[in-house]
Ligand binder design. Structure first.
Ligand code: SAM
Length: 302
């Protein structure tokens, strides 16, 4: 029997290690492109929330494979630092801040881009409703920054979690894109609530004022509850990726890979700063802090 989704080392995880992708998420972007051809005609692209960088790797490999096209520019943004990648300019910053917009635009010499991809995720609390809300706010933040960056006619791909406020989100996206579809790549685990919006043919609505402070349509008095009848559009859902490909909830297809090594080490993992060791259970705890100069402090705590 194959491994279940509880085992993180599923088939795509193993395949990612074998092929040198930094994360199994690479397959999600590859499968979305197979279905929706999002890379066609793209020279300038922004990867929002990019660390550790598997989507940037895909962008770098796919867009830069055509050696004749020397005008490819890829900018990757994340709160976390990311190990370097060929042809990828990195910005360490917060996608909700205007200074990040300015830094991205200056990399493109104020040109707008044809594609923005977003695979961001906040720290998960395990409280589903809260996680879903924070994820949808992060998607709105990604859409907000995208309104500053995307060319007319451009494409946006972003991660969402299935949930009750999705129809509002989709309606908002439809004001900016002619074509909005929700998809779940084959490599996205069935057990995960994640799916992706693929939005094509971007145009700012008439009179829309760019603003990063509040989500999207802060500057209209639009009553979303008034959407009814033909206006209450149901966004189509499509599966993508070869349906005969590996099942992302099974882990036994690539048994041959015995030795799985990290493709890149985490740059600044939170656990590097502080580790807690229990020496004698019930008696005391030693907190061990590793400093950047490799010395170690130990404090006894009752
Ligand atoms: N697409 C990446 C890849 O393929 O390797 C994986 C992205 S990971 C699932 C989510 C990332 O979102 C994290 O690296 C996190 O730092 C980033 N993130 C979350 N909130 C952010 C914010 N406000 N600004 C920038 N990055 C953010």
């Amino acid at each position: 029997m194959g491994r279940t989704s509880k085992d993180k080392r599923d088939t795509y995880y193993r395949q990612a290690k074998e092929e040198g992708w930094r994360a199994r998420s690479a397959f999600k972007l590859l499968q979305i492109d197979e279905e929706f051809k999002i890379f066609e005609g793209v020279e300038k692209v922004v990867d929002l929330c990019a660390a550790p960088g598997s989507w940037s790797q895909v962008l770098s490999k796919k867009l830069r494979s055509n050696k004749e096209n020397k005008d490819i520019k890829i900018v990757a943004v994340d709160l976390q630092p990311m190990a370097p990648l060929p042809g990828v300019i990195q910005i360490q910053g917060d996608i909700t801040e205007i200074s990040t917009v300015q830094r991205i635009l200056s990399e493109f010499k104020n040109d707008l881009v044809e594609l923005v991809v977003f695979d961001g995720a906040p720290d998960v609390t395990g409280i589903h409703d809260l996680d879903e809300f924070v994820q949808s706010q992060l998607l709105l933040a990604a859409m907000n920054i995208t309104t500053y960056l995307l060319k007319k006619g451009g494409t946006f791909v972003g991660k969402i979690f299935r949930g009750s406020d999705n129809s509002l989100l989709k309606s908002q996206l439809q004001l900016f894109f002619e074509y909005v579809i929700i998809t779940k790549p084959r490599s996205s685990r069935n057990s995960s609530a994640e799916s992706f919006v693929v939005c094509k043919n971007f145009a700012l609505p008439d009179g829309y004022q760019l603003n990063l402070i509040n989500p999207l349509l802060h500057n209209t008095n639009f009553d979303w509850n008034s959407l009814d009848g033909i206006n209450r559009f149901v966004v189509p859902f499509m599966c993508c990726g070869d349906l005969s490909a590996f099942d992302s909830d099974k882990g036994d297809a690539l048994k041959s890979i015995d030795n799985i090594n990290e493709v890149v080490k985490p740059m600044e993992p939170p656990y590097a700063e502080s580790r807690t060791l229990v020496t004698k259970p019930g008696e005391f705890v030693i907190q061990r802090h590793e400093k950047s100069d490799n010395t170690i402090n130990t404090d006894e705590v009752k």
